[in-house]
Ligand binder design. Structure first.
Ligand SMILES: *Cc1c(COP(=O)(O)O)cnc(C)c1O
Length: 422
């Protein structure tokens, strides 16, 4: 069993690191990976991330770089941009942001000044740090106003969004987040933004692959600025993109470079192109719809086991379960599940009475297990495992953990993983 592509040179040159890479590949193979922001990239994406493109500096944009020797890199970046424009149907794409957080920072730099009012979803309700949460630079340098979800429904409270927007007149409104199990209503956000003369920013980091595959409505036509990571449901390398209407193209490009970053990571750019090439194909539509079908099947099965799901279920790749009724915190549950071969993360739930480092919930995603080839018929079994481990752990009983881990291993043995051959 070994890592793919093989690492013979690395193994000889630096066995310590090579062994750790092998160990991580094996770990990823042996677990049902259900962290909602993670995935398995294809062999082709994996290969593109490890090329000589990493040797090249290319500050600037195609045709106007600050270093010579861009004959090839310009083509790589232009191809990536063209693919992004085609997959998402946008006027303009910047593919240089190092990751999702710096992509969002570039939007602030382009369109706001320190002290300006901005609006985003509160972190405990499912927002992202960079949407103005307290501990983030975006919450310290801007006057951040935060909206949330309704307690009864677990869904965005648009009455509150509208009221806050009218009262505070933010420059930017962020729609999107990290723990939103339901369809994001970009049209209603756009209507509110228009009314108060704010720029709507759709941060589709989590759902980009679903949007590309037609399994979630697109923000195009509603949000003039769209930011996304490339490594979650979109199934590319760690990176990000900012897609805009023509009007904002120049300001965004200037904010990314020279405003915020130096040279782009060209291997990443190439790997994003590969991922976008995959996302443009017919198989990716099936993948995106498969992710949602798996999440719905899993949510139904969890409900049958008495789990309390925020919003009562899911429309996308993500489920948020409040474990209060199971009489266990999210953290001990997540830790026990990890030992049982089910990898997910503890998470706050809206109106969580517990602390962020010891919250009430767990977040569950189906993007990676769908890549692995698991289907809706496998989900009842996974729900049953989750219930067995959570229920036993709540009673202080650890005896089921090894049993479940063995059963998980047995199931996964039939589902190969890119990057690891047995
Ligand atoms: C993951 C995520 C980000 C940040 O991405 P990083 O690559 O981790 O910096 C930003 N916004 C949302 C909504 C996310 O889910």
């Amino acid at each position: 069993m070994s890592h793919q592509p093989p690492l013979p040179t690395l193994s000889a040159a630096d066995p310590e690191i090579a062994n750790l890479v092998e160990a991580e590949a094996r770990r990823q193979h042996d677990k049902i990976r259900m962290i909602a922001s993670e995935n398995y990239v294809s062999q082709a994406v994996l290969e593109a991330t490890g090329t000589v493109l990493t040797n090249k500096y290319s500050e600037g944009y195609a045709g106007r770089r600050y270093y010579e020797g861009q004959q090839v890199i310009d083509q790589v970046e232009n191809l990536t941009i063209d693919r992004a424009k085609a997959v998402f149907g946008v006027d303009h794409a910047n593919v240089q942001p190092y990751s999702g957080s710096p992509a969002n920072l570039a939007v602030y730099l382009a369109l706001a000044k320190p002290g300006d009012t901005i609006m985003g979803m509160a972190l405990p309700d499912g927002g992202h740090l960079t949407h103005g949460w307290t501990v983030s630079a975006t919450g310290k340098w801007f006057n951040a106003v935060r909206y949330g979800v309704r307690k009864e429904t677990g869904r965005v409270d648009f009455d509150q969004v509208r009221e806050l927007a009218r009262e505070h007149r933010p420059k930017l409104i962020f729609a999107g987040g990290t723990a939103i199990p339901r369809t994001i209503d970009f049209a209603t956000f756009a209507e509110i933004a228009r009314e108060v003369d704010a720029v709507l920013v759709a941060d589709i980091a989590h759902i980009a692959g679903l949007v590309a595959g037609g399994a979630h409505p697109s923000p195009v036509g509603h949000a003039p600025i769209i930011t996304t990571t490339t490594h979650k449901t979109l199934r590319g390398p760690r990176g990000a993109m900012i897609m805009t209407e023509a009007e904002h193209a120049k300001a965004i490009d200037k904010a990314v470079f020279p405003g915020l970053q130096g040279g782009p990571h060209n291997s990443t750019t190439a790997a994003i192109a590969v991922a976008l090439g995959e996302a443009a194909g017919p198989d990716f539509r099936d993948y995106a719809h498969g992710v949602v079908a798996n999440a719905k099947a899993l949510a139904d099965a969890l409900l049958e086991h008495g789990f309390d799901l925020v919003s009562g279920g899911t429309d996308n790749h993500l489920i948020l379960a409040d474990l209060t009724s199971k009489e266990i915190g999210g953290k001990p549950a997540a830790q026990a599940l990890d030992r049982a071969g089910i990898e997910l993360n503890y998470n706050t739930v809206p109106f969580d009475p517990r602390k962020p480092f010891d919250p009430s919930g767990i977040r569950i995603g189906t993007a990676a297990l769908t890549t692995r080839g698991l289907r809706p018929e496998h989900q009842p079994r996974i729900a049953e495992w989750i219930d067995r481990v959570v229920t036993a752990t709540a009673r202080g009983d650890e005896s089921v953990i090894d049993t479940v881990a063995a059963e998980v291993g047995e199931l996964l043995a039939n589902f190969p993983m890119p990057g690891w051959v047995r």
